[in-house]
Design a binder for this molecule. Sequence first.
Ligand SMILES: *[C@@H]1O[C@H](CO)[C@@H](O)[C@H](O)[C@H]1NC(C)=O
Ligand SMILES: *[C@@H]1O[C@H](CO)[C@@H](O)[C@H](O)[C@H]1NC(C)=O
Ligand SMILES: *[C@@H]1O[C@H](CO)[C@@H](O)[C@H](O)[C@H]1NC(C)=O
Ligand SMILES: *[C@@H]1O[C@H](CO)[C@@H](O)[C@H](O)[C@H]1NC(C)=O
Ligand SMILES: CC(=O)N[C@H]1CO[C@H](CO)[C@@H](O)[C@@H]1O
Length: 568
Amino acid sequence: GSFPSLTTLMALPGMRDTQTVVKWKFLEHKGPVFAPPYEPLPSNVKFYYDGKVMRLSPEAEEVATFFAKMLDHEYTTKDIFRKNFFKDWRKEMTAEEKAKITDLKKCNFSEMNEFFKAQSEARKAMTKEEKQKIKEDNERILQEYGFCIMDNHRERIANFRIEPPGLFRGRGDHPKMGMLKRRIRPEDIIINCSKDSKHPEPPPGTRWKEVRHDNKVTWLVSWTENIQGSIKYIMLNPSSRIKGEKDWQKYETARRLKKCVDRIRNQYREDWKSKEMRIRQRAVALYFIDKLALRAGNEKEEGETADTVGCCSLRVEHIKLYPENDGQEYVVEFDFLGKDSIRYYNKVPVEKRVFKNLQLFMENKEPDDDLFDRLNTSILNKHLQELMDGLTAKVFRTYNASITLQQQLKELTNAEENIPAKILSYNRANRAVAILCNHQRAPPKTFEKSMQNLQTKIDAKREQLSDAKRELKSAKADAKVRKDEKSKKSKKAVQRIEEQLMKLEVQATDREENKQIALGTSKLNYLDPRISVAWCKKWGIPVEKIYNKTQREKFAWAIDMADEDFEF
Ligand SMILES: *[C@@H]1O[C@H](CO)[C@@H](O)[C@H](O)[C@H]1NC(C)=O
Ligand SMILES: *[C@@H]1O[C@H](CO)[C@@H](O)[C@H](O)[C@H]1NC(C)=O
Ligand SMILES: *[C@@H]1O[C@H](CO)[C@@H](O)[C@H](O)[C@H]1NC(C)=O
Ligand SMILES: *[C@@H]1O[C@H](CO)[C@@H](O)[C@H](O)[C@H]1NC(C)=O
Ligand SMILES: CC(=O)N[C@H]1CO[C@H](CO)[C@@H](O)[C@@H]1O
């Protein structure tokens, strides 16, 4: 198949972004979401000038609230900030206010500040229902404004909300700090969409600055901000097409490797016998990359301080050879610092020819000599290119990780089990891959504590269960007349608690097994998401159980397209 949304001449990574590239044929969207309008303060919240209450005009009051909100922040003590703020604030004042308010030091914003603090406390103390309502409102807005149609695809928009007005902060001691970042109005907005689309409507009583139809750019909305005069854009989410396309290509390359890996393996086996040392070395290195998912090695200088190596830069001191070890023949022990200074330690039996070759490579060498002295990363990469278009050491990792996940999922998933148990199986399959890719981590600092908390919950649940069982027993023994109703209810309660207990126990097992393994890297970078999505579909498991929100965005392309029968 092909990537689902490759329907237009979208500029792909590496392609020059020139004006002649058509980026879309059809673009429809709803325009931006503006910041909510200013709500004047309640009349009991007062502003004082020179010790006396002063009522501000709504325009001046709004800008004053920006400062009041920041009162506890160091910014408001800085001279540049105060000077810039005061200058811009005065521009919003009526003539009368301007005449009266001449010194920022005489302004007392403390009641305003208290008011906003109380508001923020109230937000924190909201009930579950109130929070849920806000969440639902946001979701509704997201569904309405957060997507556009670009050609035949619904794409997520990155930043469809326009930032509310406020005071500019900038980094460090920015000379413009404290200036008023104006409210963006529809009259500031340029809309970009296709002529034949339903144009976004400006809010009632307003109009857009301009509506244009430029299909050589990918922004949907733009305006010029007032502080630096730079143009701001609303664009597609990076999780959309361009990124998805790249991701998809990566896994397609790995799938191509699956088709020719037997040929490549036969070839390097032959090469172990080559008369040329450089070819033997290359073939043994390739065997390591294939079998152990090692990285190729120093593509970039990793920095002089960190002495990290990859396959091509292994030194004699990084391996030990055992003709026999623990009942196995031809064992190689690896011990070195890999990428990000993560220790790679592994003891693996290898084929006899590989072992003999390694002995040969190590002959008459010092511990800090290169194991593969006739090989470097560029030679290896060039060879990989010749074996298959687009092949790199990383493709082997992606291939092995994805196929291992697929096999493990097949092996570990038990049709009879419930959803939490199936998810445990998924995580176990994911862990098998992480171990293969050497994605270790130090146990989190909070590990013991969180395990204890979980154990406490489990103990409490067990107790609850035996109570419920006792109740069920007595209900059964109870008066015959009411028996049915009551024991049915008790039975249900027992079942529910049993399920909850099971869920907690699965969680504990999962957490314990995951103590020293980082699943995220392989999940995000090496596992074809179509495998996971297909597994979810097959077993009726919501994708949300496997991927969190960010991950679902990244893998939207796979979630949209994968079917139950997908084979990596
Ligand atoms: C500001 O006003 C409040 C009353 O709202 C008062 O308690 C406080 O002392 C005033 N601060 C200054 C610096 O005058
Ligand atoms: C993946 O790597 C493992 C571990 O080194 C290896 O045993 C296995 O043969 C590889 N699987 C495939 C299909 O390449
Ligand atoms: C790798 O080795 C080849 C052949 O010996 C040499 O031409 C090339 O410069 C080397 N590349 C690096 C990056 O060391
Ligand atoms: C999703 O998981 C990743 C780890 O893979 C984590 O870094 C990220 O913060 C999580 N995002 C959300 C929204 O939970
Ligand atoms: C104001 C604005 O957004 N201008 C941009 C419009 O799009 C063209 C490219 O089509 C840019 O060059 C402008 O800067």
